[in-house]
Write a protein of this length. Structure first.
Length: 645
């Protein structure tokens, strides 16, 4: 019986008695699709240069056309087109007649290896040049008679043969019973190399999760049986010693306190060695924001049934400063500067200071405003994944709807419940000076904001484009107003967005957004103007001036609403490497009543361009209103960094 070994690095099956070039494949695990690495072309070009460039220079290049008949399409044909030098190098690396023949003969072995990796162990590959087999001894003379510059026909014909299936799966070596089910393959499955190699990785992972830190699982060996078109697979396993975690060794700490890092570690000496928990601990340390890199590795050997873990840290610069800006025709220009100390007291505490000049030259503004913020964050407050935050803010706005000067002091406890769920609870005090319709009122507000958030997009950076998943946020803010009038009210808002990939490469994305809000406990005009709900602008319904949708006073100025609802449909398309485009429709309504969906619907639509940079997409949108509201602009332009949502 033939003995064949599945090369883990190559992700393919190679007959041991046949010497073939080592091709760097990667396996698409679970689907059995084998694809060539992008690096392959570079490796091939370098390797072929030494063999073929001399012949290419020594004689005129022989142009040719290739016809591939693989017996069907799909992933296998794509793989063949990628690994075939006849196809991949046809235009980029011209060759002489001799080089063309050598290229074809080499392709026969490469294609057979690819077929093996898909479970076809008895294929027949035939390559002809000028209607003669590539192995024909007379072929060089035939090619020499072809006039210079004329294309030569090259044909690749493939008979895949029978698809082999797994007859048996055996383990060579001692294996804990709990790890046996990790292979995930069984008799009757197609004998696809990618699945066998994936089973090897799953088995190794299962052993390591059981505490066998130095376990080895060799590349599986396949024994094909041509008569019945079956394959017997053997996995050689050496579980080794089962170990616990020994000492935790920390390297590279400078400004960050070692005691804090040890407190933040979620793995401890004496616990069972489990790579998944160790990796989770590494990620939590990396998420603290003070490290540019965190890596972990086991010691080379165990001592007394324990293996030490060595953590290597690279600290980020302690201070950072950034500038940002955006522009819209309704709110004008906003410029911001932000300064951060990432490690204020040595325990990853953050001090963030920011200042903004706002509302410069917008159609919905009457004067320049400012926004000043100071924020202190203490991570790992009382327990992991929980932080304490204090905020101090001062704001001035001079808008069509109202003039406001306010100062706010707040404290929050924020907690991450899982990779997708998070929440917060806060207490804020605000001194609010608001002028609306020539009436000035002073409010002292005490609020208890509560939030719950869900995010399954899998993005760590909010400026990156989401292409799948859901983002949702629910905010409940009970508030009590002091001053000339004393009354309670509650603001409830819920928003969400979902994203759908319309193409496998995620260059086409459909993004949907929805928003609903309501104020309960007080009449609309009793609520402070800046606490009322508004629609219009880049954050809700584009094409309408900021805060322009909803109830208005007799002079047409925005009054603010007790309820709102809005929705968006946006199509995003990447164009070339760095550019993209978007088309969108926004709709929403705002009412003086506290019940949403109870007012006139307003609709806006627009298009935009995107330029993708390392810090996110630079966005430029233009939108027009499709319905009319008083004192609105004929169109709006929005420029900023990051998608609209």
């Amino acid at each position: 019986m033939r003995r064949r070994k599945l090369l883990a690095a190559g992700r393919r099956v190679i007959p041991r008695e046949v010497r073939l070039p080592r091709l760097p494949f990667s396996a698409a695990l679970g689907s059995g699709i084998v694809r060539c690495r992008a690096q392959y072309r570079k490796v091939v070009l370098l390797g072929c240069a030494a063999l073929l460039v001399a012949s290419a220079w020594a004689s005129d290049p022989q142009p040719y056309e290739v016809k591939l008949d693989s017996g069907g399409g799909g992933a296998l044909e794509q793989t063949i087109q990628t690994i075939s030098l006849l196809i991949s190098l046809r235009t980029s690396a011209p060759v002489s007649s001799f080089g063309l023949i050598e290229r074809a003969r080499g392709d026969m072995g490469r294609i057979e290896a690819a077929l093996n990796s898909f479970g076809y162990y008895s294929p027949h590959v035939e390559i002809t040049i000028a209607d003669r087999p590539a192995t024909d001894a007379e072929l060089p003379a035939v090619l020499d008679r072809i006039p210079q510059g004329r294309n030569t026909n090259v044909s690749i014909t493939i008979d895949r043969g029978a698809l082999y299936k797994i007859r048996s799966v055996s383990i060579d070596g001692a294996l804990p019973a709990s790890a046996r089910g990790a292979l995930g393959i069984s008799p009757g499955d197609p004998a696809v190399a990618a699945e066998a190699v994936a089973a090897q990785a799953r088995l190794l992972t299962a052993l390591q999760e059981e505490g066998y830190a130095f376990a080895t699982v060799e590349t599986p060996v396949a024994y094909p049986e041509d008569k019945d078109h079956v394959v017997d697979l053997t996995f050689k396993v050496n579980a080794g010693e089962r170990v616990n975690i020994g000492q935790l060794v920390l390297h590279g700490l400078k400004d960050v306190n070692e005691a804090f890092v040890r407190q933040a570690l979620t793995v401890h000496s004496g616990e069972l060695y489990q790579p998944s928990k160790i990796e989770a601990a590494r990620q939590k340390l990396a998420a603290l924001g003070v490290f540019s890199g965190v890596s972990v590795r086991p010691a080379d050997k165990s001592t007394m049934g324990a293996v030490d873990l060595i953590f290597d840290f690279q600290e980020r610069p302690k201070h950072a400063i950034s500038l940002s800006g955006n522009f819209s025709t309704d709110l004008g220009f906003t410029g911001s500067v932000n300064w951060s100390d990432r490690n204020l007291l040595g325990n990853a505490e953050q001090l963030n200071l920011s200042g903004s000049i706002t509302d410069v030259g917008g159609s919905a503004t009457k004067g320049v405003g400012y926004n000043l913020n100071a924020q202190f964050i203490r991570p790992w407050f009382l327990k992991e994944d929980q932080s304490l935050e204090f905020d101090v803010a001062a704001i001035r706005q001079d808008l069509d709807a109202y003039n406001q000067t306010a100062e706010t002091l707040g404290g929050f406890v924020r907690r991450k419940f899982s990779t997708e769920w998070s929440g917060s609870l806060g207490l804020t005090a605000t001194y609010d000076d608001v002028l609306q319709e020539s009436v000035r009122r002073l409010y002292q507000l005490i609020a208890l904001p509560m939030t719950i958030a869900y995010d399954s997009t899998g993005l760590g950076n909010p400026l990156n484009d989401p292409v799948k998943g859901i983002r949702a946020l629910v905010t409940l803010t009970p508030t009590y107003a002091f001053g000339a009038a004393q009354f309670p009210f509650v603001i409830l808002q819920a928003s969400g967005a979902t994203y759908y990939k319309l193409s496998d490469d995620a260059r086409s994305v459909l993004a949907l957004r929805a928003l609903v809000g309501s104020i309960q406990g007080a009449a609309n005009l009793e609520v402070p103007p800046d606490q009322r709900l508004y629609l219009g602008g880049s954050g809700s319904v584009r094409g309408f001036r900021f805060q322009s949708i909803g109830p208005v006073f007799a002079d047409g100025k925005p009054q603010g609403a007790a309820s709102i609802d809005a929705a968006t449909v946006e199509f995003r398309q990447r164009i070339l490497e760095d550019w993209g485009a978007a088309a969108f429709v926004d709709a929403g309504q705002a009412s003086a009543q506290s019940v949403p969906f109870s007012s006139e619907l307003n609709v806006g639509a627009g298009v935009g361009v995107r330029y993708y940079t390392s810090i996110g997409a630079v966005r430029a949108d233009v939108a027009v209103p499709l319905t009319k509201v008083p004192h609105n602009d004929s169109f709006e332009v929005y420029i900023g960094i990051g998608q609209a949502f």
